[in-house]
Design a protein around this ligand. Structure first.
Ligand code: OGA
Ligand code: ZN
Length: 379
């Protein structure tokens, strides 16, 4: 075992044990934290905490502590309880160390140049179905690039369920699953016309917009109807570096998104910034859809500067420096992180041939959780 898992000294301080390890790293383990994480606190099969934090006081302390056989043993001042901690577990969960680590983003930002390397994001349908390692490769691409195209899939209706079930269940919405992207009379969504769709994220009016989208192309014989894709995080990053004022406005102004289509007995409204960040100041999500934007109702004092920032972001999201144009062919599944990557299409001529995509959503949680499983992440 690595020397870092062996202990040199343990000292009791006012509210924590200070452990010096063999690699001279010093960890703090607070008394309540130790008691809360006693191995007996965890259900053996459910792997959930059964210990109730209300059963001890904040004055609890180790009456006695020893190191023996790679374990830290503690007799507690309360509850006639003893704990035995595996030293490796303690070091692996050392929050002194974890909090010193610099955050590293899982995202690989990309721009229009990715088109020169398009094979990088293309995968084969049957290999994903048959091989776990290859499935993991797909999940890694989805997580890091937020974009992949699965080639050679069957073109039978609803056949995309099979490959999605390699990940998990899908996210249901009022559009149904799959949703049918075809030109129909009296459409309840502009996606169901032959018109161009500017780059957008789907369903930005949901508090929790669908994490991933899968557009399965069954037929694309019409003229026009070319697809576009752009990394919203890369464009947001550009704003942060070069247009800080606009970036601040788009991360702090709550604008209105809405859905009021005539087939729904529901009115959906959500106020959210267009760009949101995580606790580590990484990108969390992008909500952008000119089509699903409500009449903005921010303070009049802020309207002009908001529109300046919004228009700048919109123009970059449609700039060839960032976006990629490509054509979906029958048997392609266009997969992307719908809370990061925007998609669009050019107008098509419905009299020139057929065009039919079937759409599915899967939560971002499912992609990441499956990837964690394949990577055997310890929690
Ligand atoms: C959609 C959509 C794109 C296309 O259905 O959400 O954006 O290529 N479709 O038809
Ligand atoms: Zn869409």
């Amino acid at each position: 075992m690595n020397i870092k898992y062996f202990v040199k000294t343990v000292e009791k301080k006012k509210d924590h044990l200070s452990i010096k390890w063999n690699d001279n790293f010093k960890s703090k383990f607070h008394f309540l934290w130790l008691r809360d994480n006693c191995p007996t606190a965890i259900h053996p099969t459910a792997n959930m905490r059964v210990f109730n934090i209300l059963t001890v006081s904040k004055r609890i302390f180790p009456k006695k502590y020893t190191i023996e056989n790679n374990k830290l043993n503690i007799d507690w001042s309360e509850g006639k309880h003893s704990s035995k901690f595996d030293l490796k577990w303690l070091r692996d969960h050392c929050y002194t160390e974890i909090n010193r680590e610099k955050y590293s983003s899982p995202y690989v930002l990309w721009n229009g140049k990715l088109k020169n390397n398009f094979n990088k994001i293309k995968l084969d349908h049957d290999k994903i179905i048959n091989n776990d390692k290859y499935l993991k490769k797909w999940l890694e691409l989805l997580h890091s690039y937020g974009f992949a195209i699965v080639k050679n899939s069957p073109i039978k209706r609803k056949s995309c369920f099979k490959i999605l079930n390699r990940i998990s269940h899908h996210r249901e919405t009022f559009f149904g699953t799959p949703f049918e992207v075809v030109n129909i009379p009296k459409p309840n969504n502009t996606a169901y016309t032959a018109q161009a769709l500017r780059n957008h994220t789907d369903l930005p009016y949901f508090e929790y917009a669908p994490g991933y989208q899968f557009l399965h192309c069954l037929i694309n014989d019409a003229t026009g109807g070319k697809s576009s894709v752009v990394d919203g995080f890369a464009v947001a990053n550009h704003l942060m570096k070069k247009e800080l004022e606009a970036f601040k406005i788009l991360t702090s102004t709550h604008v209105k998104f809405k859905d009021t289509d005539y087939t729904q007995k529901a009115i959906r409204i959500l106020h959210s910034p267009i760009i949101t960040l995580t606790k580590d100041n990484d990108f969390n999500d992008i909500r952008f859809s000119m089509a699903a934007m409500g009449a903005i109702d921010i303070n009049p004092k802020k309207m002009k500067e908001f529109y300046d920032a919004y228009q700048l972001f919109a123009s970059l999201l449609h700039n060839n420096k960032f976006k990629i144009n490509f054509r979906l062919n029958a048997g392609d599944i266009f997969c992307f992180n719908n809370r990061r990557v925007l998609h669009g299409r050019t107008e098509f001529d419905p009299n020139s041939g057929n065009r039919h995509l079937q759409g599915y959503y899967v939560e971002r949680d499912e992609i990441i959780a499956r990837l964690n499983y394949f990577n055997n992440i310890k929690v």
